[in-house]
Design a protein around this ligand. Sequence first.
Ligand code: GLU
Length: 448
Amino acid sequence: MTVTRFAPSPTGRLHVGNIRTALHNWMLAQQAGGRFLLRIDDTDAARSREDYVDAIRADLDWLGIAIDGEERQSQRLHHYERAFEQLRASGRIYPAYESAQELELKRKVALGRGLPPIYDRAALSLTDEQRAAKEAEGIAPHWRFRLDHAEPIAWEDGVRGAQKFDPAQLSDPVIRRADGSWLYMLPSAVDDIEMGVTQVLRGEDHVSNTAVQIQMFTALGAQPPRFAHKALLVGREGKLSKRLGSLGCDAFRERGIEPEAIVALLARLGTSLPVEPIADRDALLDTFDLSTFGRAPAKFDEEELERLNAAIVHQFDYDRVADRLPEGMTEAGWHAIRPNLSHVAEVGEWWRIVTGPVEQPSLEAEDRAYLAEAARLLRDGEAFASDNPWATLTGALKTVTGRKGKALFLPLRQALTGMDHGPDMAELLPLIGRDRAEERLREAAKGG
Ligand code: GLU
C-alpha cells in the first residue's frame, strides 16, 4: 500500500511551495489508492505554534486535500529516544563537544584552504578520558550520526534519476542538541519507517538529507522508501522570491482565487504537461506522473493563476457557488453572468444589471428614437412570447429600422444594462424581464 506524507513544521503559514508538496504527495497516494498522512514536525518547541497547526489543517481542508491520518512528532519523542539508543549501541551515534564558535572556526579554516567545510570528526577520536574531562568541565555533548564511508550512497530518484553521493563528502549530521532536543534528520527517518511511508516526494533542497537518511534507514534495519525530489518553485522573475514565501491560502482566498485554480496550476507546474483550467481532480489525477517532472525550477506566475481562476469560475456549476450569490439570483442568472467573471465575488456588480437601477447612457437623438421604437416593439410585439426574446426583438428592429451590427445592438445594450459590454444579451434579456426592459428603453429614449 502506498503511503505518503506531508511534513510541515508549524513555525509559520503554508506557502505556495509547501502547498505544492502537500498536493503532490496527496495525489501520489490518491492515485495508488493509498494513504496520505499529515505529519506535524513540531520538535522545535520554541518555534512551533498551535495556531499554525490549526491553520495548516484549515488550509489543507480549504484546498480539498483530505488527510488519512495525522501524527505529531512532539508526541513521539520516546520513539526517537529508542532509535537513538539503538544507533548509539551500534556505534552509529557519537557525542561531540565543539561549541558553535569552534565549529565555525573549523569551517572557516577549511574554506580558507579551499577545502569543503566537512566536519573533521575530531570528536570521534576522543578517548574516554578526554570525554570525561569535557563533561567534568560541564560541557554537555551534542550528538552526531556517523556516516558509513565504505560505499557510495545511491538511489533511483523518481524525478532526478540515478543519484550517487560519496558519504565522505558529507558532514556527520548533528541529530540531537546538547539539551536533548531533536533536529529534523533522525525523527523524520524514524517516522517514515514506523508509519510505513513508501514514497517521499519533496523539494530538491532535501537531496543531501536523503543521502544521510538512507544510511539511517539501513542502520535501523529498514528498507528506505522511494525518494523523489522536485525542482523548487521560483517567482516569475526566476528567483526564489520572498513574495512566494509569504503567499499562502489566506492571500489567495482574499483575492478570490478558488482552490481549484491553485490545484490545477500546482498539479502541473514544473511538469511537461500543459497547465490547463481543469477543475476536476480526477482528470488531474489521471495524468499525474512523476516522470513528467522537469529538472528546471518551476515558475510560479500570479497572472497565470488569475487566468486559470477565471477559466475555472466560468466552468462552475450553480451548486458550487449558490451560497455565494446575491439573493434571488437564479441558475439562469449564474449561467448568463459567469463568463464575465474573473472572481466569483464580482457577481454582485453584474447582477445589478438585472435588478437595476442601471445608469442610462446619454445618446444622440437618432438613437433615442430608435430606442423608443424598441420599447414599442417590446410592448406590442411578439418578443417575450418567443423562445428567444432578444433574437425576436432585434430581428424585428432590423426589419423596421434597417439598422444592423453595432448600430442595431449597442444602443439596446447600453439602454438595457447601462454598459457597453457584458453578458450575452440573449441570456440577459429574459432575466431583466419585459417590464423592466421596456421601462429602461423608454427612459433611455427620453434621454435618461
Ligand atoms: N519538516 C521538514 C520540512 O518542512 C520535512 C521535510 C521532509 O519532507 O522530510 O522541510
